[in-house]
Ligand binder design. Structure first.
Ligand SMILES: Cc1ncc(COP(=O)(O)O)c(C=O)c1O
Length: 379
């Protein structure tokens, strides 16, 4: 059977450039190797076995997930070592136990005495063993207990007394996304490392072994200069990268492996607008680059070979309409693409853009579609 080519696809469609993806994976793998830590890839960006298989160290993992739906899906494909890196809620414990019953070693996290009490009660009533990390806050970004607090020790001691051994510490320096220079990202990586190691040392001083010390975000993982005291790094968006990461100088625009194929459906020539069939449903509403020095609108427009086109971006987006125009607003001499012409649009943020689709169209040589890789969504 002859393969489909890009020009034959119905749009919008989510395209994956596997050569770029493989290069991105290799870069992260080399960095983890250099730093002497295990790479526990976060699969929340890709949610696809075909992608994750290429990121994992072994067919059984380890991986990090952001939903139990991801845990179900990857477990059904044979992955056994899974870290669920969102604080556990009581109404998810039945689901957790179902996963354990399938032979999954599912590690949970929590950052409060309330959650610790619920877990201890469940462990007691159901006669269960749980693998657990305590989340610490290394940057004031989101969740986690203060690594210097009494609360950290009280939670750990309570869990140990309840027969739930604390496996270790987890932190995620999400503030790395707000850094404005490479030096600042390096400093954030060191802050993340130091906070996690400090918390682990405090637990060890209290007699808790704490074998796991887990850190990571894509920027801090790639820019960490040393990771002494850390056992594993988690990162996810690096597999595809996106315009936000390029805006942080964590990657180049030509490292971005994900794009949305769209078609010209009309014009407002007096305004310099070309209307595409890819609006915010196709790109997501993420406007993360609006707070960076170069605002990429709803995405950067490229030709079918993935080369950026004359500074064209999606300046606006409705549900199914994208408005393509010159970044500067210039009307004269703007590129004229006829109705039916196709373009590729690089996303601001790979995770929400990919989440709009149920499969990837994988690019081969000469605009061929090599494969269709399914992906999951939901909870
Ligand atoms: C707990 C946790 N770890 C790791 C990551 C991976 O970070 P990134 O998406 O920058 O690769 C995330 C992302 O949100 C996360 O929430």
């Amino acid at each position: 059977m002859t393969k489909q080519v890009l020009e034959q696809l119905e749009t919008p469609a989510l395209l994956l450039d596997p050569a770029r993806m493989d290069r991105n994976i290799e870069r992260m793998r080399n960095q983890a190797r250099r730093l002497g830590v295990t790479l526990r890839p976060h699969v929340k960006t890709n949610k696809s076995m075909d992608v994750t298989r290429r990121m994992m160290e072994t067919p059984e993992g380890p991986i990090t997930v952001s939903t139990l739906r991801e845990a179900d899906y990857f477990a059904a494909h044979g992955v056994k070592d899974i870290l669920y890196a969102v604080c556990i809620a009581p109404n998810k414990l039945d689901h957790v136990m179902r996963l354990q019953d399938q032979g999954v070693r599912l590690t949970l996290i929590l950052d409060s005495m309330e959650a610790a009490r619920v877990l201890a009660q469940c462990a007691h009533e159901a006669q269960r063993h749980f693998e657990l990390l305590i989340e610490v806050d290394s940057d004031g970004h989101r969740s986690g207990v203060n690594p210097d607090s009494g609360e950290l020790l009280s939670i750990a001691q309570f869990l140990e007394a309840a027969g739930i051994p604390v496996q270790g510490i987890l932190t995620h320096a999400g503030s790395s996304y707000d850094c404005t220079s490479t030096d600042a990202i390096c400093a954030m990586a060191e802050q993340e490392r130091a906070a996690a190691v400090h918390a682990a040392q405090r637990l060890r001083a209290a007699g808790i072994a704490c074998p796991v010390v887990s850190v990571g975000s894509t920027p801090t993982a790639l820019f960490a200069e040393r990771l002494e005291g850390i056992t594993e790094v988690r990162a996810g968006v690096f597999v595809f990268f996106d315009l936000f990461m390029a805006g942080l100088n964590v990657c180049g625009v030509d490292d971005i492996a994900l794009s949305v194929l769209a078609t010209v459906i009309g014009h407002q020539r007096e305004k310099g607008w070309t209307i595409l069939d890819a609006g915010w449903m196709a790109m997501s509403r993420d406007r993360g680059t609006a707070r960076q020095p170069v605002d990429q609108g709803y995405g950067l427009v490229c030709d079918l070979d993935g080369r950026p086109l004359e500074d064209l971006i999606l300046v606006g987006a409705n549900q199914e309409h994208g408005i393509m125009a010159h970044r500067s607003g210039k009307i004269e001499g703007a590129l004229q693409l006829p109705v039916g012409a196709q373009v590729r649009i690089l996303p601001n943020h790979a995770c929400p853009t990919a989440a709009q689709y149920d499969h990837y169209k994988v690019l081969g040589p000469g605009h061929e579609i090599e494969a269709t890789w399914p992906r999951i969504s939901g909870w």
